[in-house]
Design a protein around this ligand. Structure first.
Ligand code: KUQ
Length: 836
């Protein structure tokens, strides 16, 4: 019998076809001719997952055996997108799989296209976490990502009459074949109640007795490193009601109350808050934060305790990185666990906490700063509030010597803001309670020290550091742009896939006739593919034989989609007048994409304005020969993978000093788009790498903006330039909203009456001129354009998240790589089954 059992898990096309067919038959109860598209996708995903699980197990065992330190990346967002194509590439079975499926009469792309995006994030911050997981696994660092398994991710965006309409994103509707529920990994989290002091052995002990309990159950998703050696874990918590709690009320006869509290517990992990760079002090959000922090720390501590070491060694085995302040309750929670549960002294607990925690700041925007009102924190987390007070007390005492006789400075750096009601400043807590505070690009990190936290920098000069963001070249080039990836590999070998600094070897090919012409051909093919994607996705029709000018990112005033829109008005006006600025213009398609926070009125108005401009211009038989304006509904990771490789001109035009880093800028760069942008965020470093001559840099620098400051008069800037004046008149006179009077008044008001906070008019002339030089170059010298595009790719080596993660590992986490042997599990699947 033993010998007759056939093993699975092989990697030939035949093995894969066999397993796919078996999954269809046994997990979907269908044969290959009678099944739904969803069923085929799920069957294929399960067949692939089977090939990952053994290596996953082996990775865990190896990391444990080697006593390896592990990084625990705490993030309220992981914007993963699709898993299938990424996993297939990293497993190294793409060719075999295509063959297997075609032998059964299916196409791989068709099945892969059935997968919904895992949209558990808003924008750059969540996608950064996803890129980091890919790099951590590929570089073989032991790592867990911890977050929330939201039942609903970022909303699906529809456009109706030009307005954004939000639809729920029920991404788990058909189940999720990539995750494994771990019913045995479950922790109980409490809220509310009160803190009792119990005196024991001459020591005060605090006992927190909550009034509400919620269970967190782990759902694990494997994170496959390229080459499938290390497979790490993304562990997401789902909230359920604790059994006992229900039974209690059930037995009291209050069935409805039991059901109600069960539902209320489950509310916690229902939905991702759709605000990007915008803080809203909602109680449910605070509970989400504590819920996932408490489950994650309990899990990290359980895993440390298995090693049976002393607490002082804890920081040698675990590092915790806080992705923004969203998980900053980890600091008081760690203190609570070490003090109240483990009985350590304050000083012991504090040293451990500070040594383990690292904090990444992602923004300077004041409206994103998290400040919980003290009464809310107090009522939901009474013990944490006590601990925060004690942390603050000790901190302020130690800070006095830095600022003698300056009580107002102490007031600024205090964790507690003496407002009414009082507020708890989570960023201050995060800086004080961690050994490292990093920004996400050089300029941003400088500004953190210089303008946002100068006093903290004085107290803790060694804590502040920079970790310039990066992106994974495996998803954003190898996976998203396979034809270009293939060309690059033919030119310089495939070392760039895991060592992206090697992309520099591409530089000489910028003037290689054959390579340049292949590059141009691939760009056009990608445009044709992107056009087909958009046609299918939203019925949109665009012409691949035009310059693709793309601005895709969250809609936010500081990102200045409005600047782009104003420039389009200038261009339009010039075309109508037969002016000079457009006389030799190449035909262009302006593509916009991005979601607005549902409560952000001006962001939603910007979407409406773009759509109205599109309607007028696309319907104007004179203008539409040269101009097509498109708003692509429901921008998401999967759309980015299609549109970015097709882009000629990448719009990165935020007001200098406002975009912490940007990561879309890097994705465009490595796919051979030229950047038109300001000296903001990582654009500064992109300019350093590729040279300003190979970009279209414009606008006031951060210094110049801050010098303009209060004396800035947008009206004078706008009216002093005749063409801008005419374009503005289009907006003011309602040219784009003849049937909807006054709807854009709030935008006009923000520009002219409220002082144009983001300096649109200070930069518009320079932007228009830079844009014209881009158009001229594209029209006039395709070879030169392509040379610059290829130089951009060749200069993008710095912007791999592999580089970023290497720096975090060395400077912040003291983390070592832990190599895992590759083993396809062909034999052990059977051996394990017979082990018992
Ligand atoms: C804030 N802050 C609250 C959700 C997201 C937030 C809720 O992080 C990117 C940067 C980018 C920055 C973004 C960010 N998201 C900051 C946020 O705006 O510039 O590239 C990753 O660091």
């Amino acid at each position: 019998m033993k010998d007759e059992l056939k093993t699975r898990f092989g990697h030939t096309a035949k093995d894969l076809a066999q397993d796919f067919a078996e999954q269809l038959k046994y997990s979907q109860d269908a044969d290959i001719y009678h099944t739904t598209a969803e069923g085929r996708y799920t069957a294929l995903a399960l067949a692939i997952r089977d090939r990952i699980v053994h290596q996953w197990n082996l990775s865990r065992k190896t990391q444990r055996k080697e006593n390896a330190k592990r990084i625990n990346y705490l993030s309220l967002e992981f914007l993963m997108g699709r898993a299938m194509t990424n996993n297939v590439i990293n497993l190294g079975v793409e060719d075999q799989l295509k063959e297997a499926l075609s032998s059964l009469g299916y196409t791989y792309e068709e099945l892969a296209d059935m997968e919904p995006d895992a949209g558990l994030g808003n924008g750059g911050l969540g996608r950064l976490a996803a890129c980091f997981l890919d790099s951590l696994a590929t570089l073989e660092y032991p790592a867990y990502g911890y977050g929330i398994r939201y039942n609903y991710g970022i909303f699906r965006q529809q456009i109706k009459n030009g307005w954004q309409v939000e639809q729920p994103d029920n991404w788990l509707r058909n189940g999720n074949p990539w995750e494994l529920k771990r019913p045995d990994v479950v922790y109980t989290v409490q809220f509310g109640g009160e803190v009792k002091m119990i005196r024991e052995k001459g020591k005060d002990n605090f006992k927190w007795i909550g009034s509400e309990q919620v269970n967190g159950v782990a759902y694990d998703t494997p994170i496959v490193g390229y080459g499938c050696k290390t497979v790490n874990t993304l562990r997401l918590w789902s909230a359920t009601s604790p059994e006992e709690f229900n039974f209690h009320e059930f037995n009291d006869g209050d069935y409805t109350e039991a059901v109600r509290s069960k539902i209320s517990a489950e509310n916690l992990s229902q939905v991702l808050y759709p605000n990007d760079t915008l803080y809203m002090g909602k109680e449910l959000r605070l509970k989400q934060q504590y819920f996932f922090v408490a489950c994650s720390l309990a899990d990290i501590i359980r895993s440390f305790k298995r090693r049976k070491l002393s607490w002082s060694q804890f920081p040698d085995f675990a590092a915790i990185q806080l992705n923004d302040t969203h998980p900053s309750l980890a600091i008081p929670e760690m203190m609570r666990l070490l003090l109240d549960e483990e009985g350590l002294s304050w000083d012991e607990a504090w040293d451990i906490t500070v040594a383990i925690m690292g904090y990444t700041n992602h923004t300077l925007m004041p409206e994103a700063l998290e400040k919980w009102t003290l009464p809310m924190l107090q009522s939901i987390l009474p013990r944490h509030m006590q601990i925060i007070y004690e942390i603050n007390h000790r901190f302020l005492q130690s800070a006095v010597s830095f600022f003698p006789l300056q009580p107002q400075v102490l007031g600024q750096i205090s964790i507690i803001e003496e407002s009414n009601p009082k507020q708890v400043r989570m960023a201050n807590l995060a800086i004080i309670g961690s050994h490292s505070t990093n920004g996400v690009a050089a300029l941003h990190s400088e500004l953190l020290k210089r303008s946002m936290f100068p006093q903290f920098n004085l107290i803790y000069p060694k804590r502040f550091n920079n970790k310039t963001n990066g992106i994974t070249q495996r998803r954003w080039l190898l996976d998203a742009n396979p034809r270009l990836a293939q060309k690059i590999t033919e030119a310089i070998g495939d070392g760039w896939i895991t060592d992206y600094s090697q992309i520099a070897k591409l530089a000489p090919f910028a003037t290689d006739k054959a390579f340049v012409s292949d590059f141009a051909k691939i760009k056009l093919e990608n445009k044709v593919k992107a056009a087909a994607f958009l046609k299918k996705d939203s019925g949109m029709i665009i012409d691949p034989n035009t310059l693709f000018d793309v601005q895709v990112k969250r809609i936010h005033e500081y990102k200045r989609q409005l600047l782009n829109a104003l420039n389009i008005m200038l261009i339009y006006n010039d075309i109508k007048k037969g002016g000079k600025a457009t006389e030799n213009m190449p035909p262009m398609t302006f593509l916009f994409g991005g979601k607005a926070a549902p409560g952000y009125v001006n962001a939603k108005l910007i979407i409406k304005l773009i759509n109205n401009i599109a309607k007028v211009i696309n319907g104007d038989s004179q203008a539409n020969k040269l101009l097509s304006i498109q708003f692509m509904p429901n921008y998401r990771v999967t759309m980015a993978e299609s549109i970015i490789p097709a882009t000629d001109l990448s719009e990165q035009i935020s007001t200098a000093g406002t975009e912490a880093s940007g990561t879309g800028n890097m994705k465009f760069m490595c796919n051979g788009a030229l950047t038109i942008g300001t000296m903001d965020g990582a654009n500064v470093e992109i300019a350093e790498e590729v040279g300003k001559d190979n970009m279209f840099i414009f606008g006031h620098t951060e210094e110049e903006i801050s010098q303009l400051g209060k004396s800035y008069n947008p009206f004078a800037w706008a009216m002093g330039d005749n063409e801008i004046k005419e374009a503005v008149a289009l907006l003011s006179t309602g040219y784009f909203n003849v049937n909807e009077p006054n709807i854009f008044d709030p935008l006009r008001k923000s520009l002219f009456e409220d002082g144009d906070r983001y300096f649109h008019f200070a930069d518009l002339r320079m932007y228009a001129d830079a844009h014209k030089s881009a158009r001229d170059l594209y029209r006039g010298d395709q070879n030169e354009w392509n040379r610059k595009a290829i130089l951009n790719i060749a200069s993008s080596g710095k912007f791999s998240s592999d580089r970023t993660i290497g720096e975090y590992a060395k400077d912040i986490w003291a983390l070592k790589q832990c190599p895992v042997q590759r083993d396809d599990g062909t034999e052990t699947a059977l051996q394990d089954a017979m082990k018992k």
